[in-house]
Write a protein that binds this ligand. Structure first.
Ligand code: NDP
Ligand code: OXD
Length: 310
């Protein structure tokens, strides 16, 4: 019998244990899934960064650590982690991100706020937004999430540029990469969406210089990670009108402290790290599929490259 440790918050256990056990049974795997395993006898760890396991050294028999999160920045540098680390790539997570990004991009594109906040009996000037084809969008990070968001936005007609570390070809997107590509990707963009992982290379990628490349009055949407943005530079760009509005889902400190200027700024929308939620039913199938792969001698999917940090 395989011994699988579930290391996440108690609420996650309530959500996950039934779907995981159902997926193990469907896969024909005989598994003891528990929040309490003897480390040296544990075959796999289902892992969330906010769970109890911080030291992987005692897990000498463990074949893989399977993250319930897509972002792995809090564990990738853990020196005790020598086992393969697999991050979550899940169609439900991706679809959730596509819906959140598309919704917020359309809000800014259409100027929806002007009318929602204008229920005061005044028939306002009619301001016609440009069609999507005249609103260039740039997505920094065109991996599992960014590429899907880019393709959804191209379906509306937005000209979408995607930027990545290595050269990529995502149908429908203008794909740029590397340092040279970043400048071209940001120049004159009217909506910029950050879907990069948090690594030493991506910190403060949106800073005073890069924000200045965007079209005057551009919109920033960040569902990636807080440190991708230099907060002070963003606040200055909002105050100067260089950035018209920032919709931010992720922050350097979460929950965002009550005294952070983002809360009070009229051109900032704060959402509480809800852009894309991991859904237990699909995530369980993905985790179990990876365990089945391990047990049948096939390579694990979505293994994190420690050198790259994602
Ligand atoms: P992927 O690993 O699939 O994609 C990451 C993308 O970023 C790739 O295109 C990669 O380039 C690019 N990239 C990484 N480093 C650099 C760099 N130095 N320069 C240029 N491009 C770089 O990740 P996902 O799409 O699955 O997830 C992205 C992030 O979204 C996660 O790391 C997480 O932080 C965040 N997230 C947020 C959620 C939320 O609810 N707010 C939910 C889930 C994830 P290349 O293609 O060349 O490798
Ligand atoms: C994730 C997240 O990384 O929720 O999965 O941000």
């Amino acid at each position: 019998m395989l011994k699988v440790l579930f290391s996440a918050k108690p609420a996650a256990w309530e959500e996950y244990h039934a779907p995981l056990n159902a997926a193990f049974a469907a896969a024909g795997l005989d598994v003891d899934l528990s929040r309490d395993q003897v480390p040296a006898e544990t075959d796999y760890i289902v892992f969330a960064p906010n769970g109890p396991v911080k030291d992987f050294a005692p897990y000498t028999k463990t074949k893989a650590v399977l993250s319930l999160w897509a972002g792995v920045e809090t564990v990738v540098d853990n020196a005790t982690l020598t086992q393969p680390l697999c991050r979550l790539v899940d169609t439900s997570l991706t679809q959730g991100m596509v819906e959140w990004v598309t919704g917020h991009a359309l809000r800014h594109h259409l100027g929806i706020d002007a009318h929602i906040h204008g229920q005061d009996g005044i028939w306002r000037d009619q301001i016609t937004p440009p069609l999507a084809k005249a609103r260039p969008v740039t997505i920094l990070g065109i991996g599992a999430l960014g590429a899907a968001c880019g393709q959804a936005l191209t379906a509306f007609g937005f000209p979408v540029t995607g930027w990545s570390r290595s050269a990529k070809d995502v149908p429908g997107l203008r794909c740029l990469h590397g340092d040279d590509g970043l400048k071209a990707a940001l120049t004159d963009a009217q909506i910029v969406i950050t879907l990069l992982p948090q690594t030493p290379q991506t910190g403060n990628i949106l800073n005073a210089d890069s924000l200045a490349l965007l079209a005057k009055g551009a919109f920033v949407i960040n569902p990636g990670r807080g440190p991708l943005i230099d907060d002070d530079a963003l606040l200055r760009a909002l105050d100067s009108g260089q950035i018209a509005h920032a919709t931010l889902d992720v922050f350097r400190v979460e929950p965002l402290p009550a005294d952070h200027p983002f809360w009070a700024h009229p051109q900032v929308t704060v959402t509480p790290h809800i852009a894309a939620t991991t859904r237990a039913e699909t995530a369980a199938e993905i985790i179990v599929d990876n365990i089945r792969r391990g047990e049948t001698g096939r390579p694990f999917l979505n293994v994190v490259d420690r050198g790259r940090g994602y």
